[in-house]
Write a protein that binds this ligand. Structure first.
Ligand code: SR1
Ligand code: MG
Length: 392
């Protein structure tokens, strides 16, 4: 790839983004650039050929969290982690992640496939889109990426090498604080409507719930099971009716398998709460199908590609998947609570215009979150989970 030499870290100008991307287009192509990022942490530039509209994406990390400002410094190393995770996950789920064309650690950018023919799944779901392939594709993505980076598929030396390569302490700390800690205490980062205060204070005083949140946090801190995406919400997915692409794995690290599964399911639940009738039924179908596809494909991979000596011991695979299921529910519960009262909310709930409906929907999200955390040992099937949504 031909690029212009720029060395010291600074936020790219649009002209620099064009210069960096120019080598990916035929010489003399008339290029334009737009900053299109709407996430919490990074700049995203789209550089495209004015004539054909064909483009590439340049994503650049900022040395602080955009959502908060310069008072929250954040490592630039996350750009290299993201590029490496896209490539590693792309080995196993090739069609489900964007292709990486180049990356630069100093300037903390990655040049990758342009996906602007797709929409961010959260936005599409809010508009009522059904995304018929979404849960098949994400179930497949979860099984492929999580199985193949686990001890069930890798030599222990390679697995530990990857776990070291993907050490991501600063981004993990954000998750440890924002998902597992802050929402359970009266901490400044929390953000919720006054009408929710009573419900929130009940969470802060619920020691049974806090004990379970503490156990889930410990799993997240200590269980290096597989290379996770680390932030698999519906805003990290581009989709249309035919295609699904998982983006933004800057939070990637070795963690518990159920974390990725749980985050995705929690974000579907948040969307399902906002819908009625058939619309909610579509989301129920996606939740059930995500787990079923994940479980089926994981099982096939275990049988066909698993290297674990104990893999044929009766009950072992079932016990592994049972643990993943329970973790999934617990992590989903924490995600639902933090997306409702923590620092980083979801538009599905915040965007409900009618204030009374919005508050009631957020209370439902909190209730389901609590149930998933507290009852994760009693809920034995994915239908037990979707029943919580159907019963609203
Ligand atoms: C300060 S970052 C807030 C949230 O945005 C990211 O997408 C992660 O979900 C993080 O928790
Ligand atoms: Mg993100």
């Amino acid at each position: 790839m031909t690029t212009t030499a720029i060395s010291t870290y600074h936020a790219l100008t649009e002209a620099e983004a064009i210069a960096l991307a120019a080598g990916l287009f035929p010489a003399g192509t008339d290029l334009e650039c737009q900053e299109i990022g709407d996430g919490n942490l990074n700049y995203v530039y789209r550089v495209s050929d004015r004539a054909s509209g064909k483009g590439v994406i340049i994503k650049q990390a900022l040395p602080y969290a955009k959502v908060v400002g310069e008072s929250w410094p954040l490592t630039l190393k996350r750009a290299a982690i993201e590029a490496a995770a896209l490539r590693k996950h792309g080995e196993y789920a090739t069609d489900l992640v964007p292709e990486v064309y180049g990356t630069d650690e100093e300037l903390a950018y990655t040049i990758m496939e342009d996906l602007s023919h797709l929409t961010i799944a959260r936005e599409g779901l809010i508009q009522g889109k059904e995304y018929p392939k979404l849960s098949n594709d994400i179930g497949e993505y979860l099984a492929q990426t999580l199985f193949h980076t686990s001890d069930f598929a890798l030599h222990p030396f390679e697995k530990k090498r990857l776990a070291a390569e993907f050490s991501n302490p600063e981004l993990c700390k954000i998750t440890e604080d924002l998902i597992f800690t802050d929402p359970f205490f009266d901490y400044e980062t929390n953000d919720f409507e006054p009408e929710l205060r009573q419900t929130v204070e009940a969470i802060w005083h619920n020691d049974r719930l806090k004990l379970e949140a503490a156990k889930l946090k410990r799993s997240f801190l200590t269980e290096a099971e597989a290379l996770l995406h680390g932030d698999l919400h519906t805003g990290s997915i581009f989709a249309d009716d035919n295609e699904t692409k998982v983006i933004d794995p800057e939070f990637a690290f070795y963690g518990p398998i159920g974390f990725d599964v749980g985050l995705f399911i929690a974000n579907l639940i948040a969307q399902g709460i906002t819908r009625n009738g058939d619309g909610r039924g579509t989301i129920v179908g996606h939740i059930e199908n995500t787990w079923q596809v994940f479980e089926t494909r994981f099982t096939e991979l275990w049988e066909n590609e698993g290297i674990e000596d104990f893999k044929k011991v009766p009950g072992y695979r079932e016990s592994v998947l049972d643990k993943v299921f329970k973790d999934t529910l617990g992590f989903a519960g924490c995600e639902l609570i933090r997306r409702t009262i923590g620092l980083a909310h979801v538009k599905d709930l915040d965007g409900i215009e009618d204030a009374a409906v919005r508050i009631e929907s957020k209370k439902q999200a909190l209730r389901i979150g609590e149930t998933l955390i507290l009852k994760r040992s009693e809920l034995t099937s994915i239908q037990d989970v979707t029943a919580l949504l159907k019963e609203l």
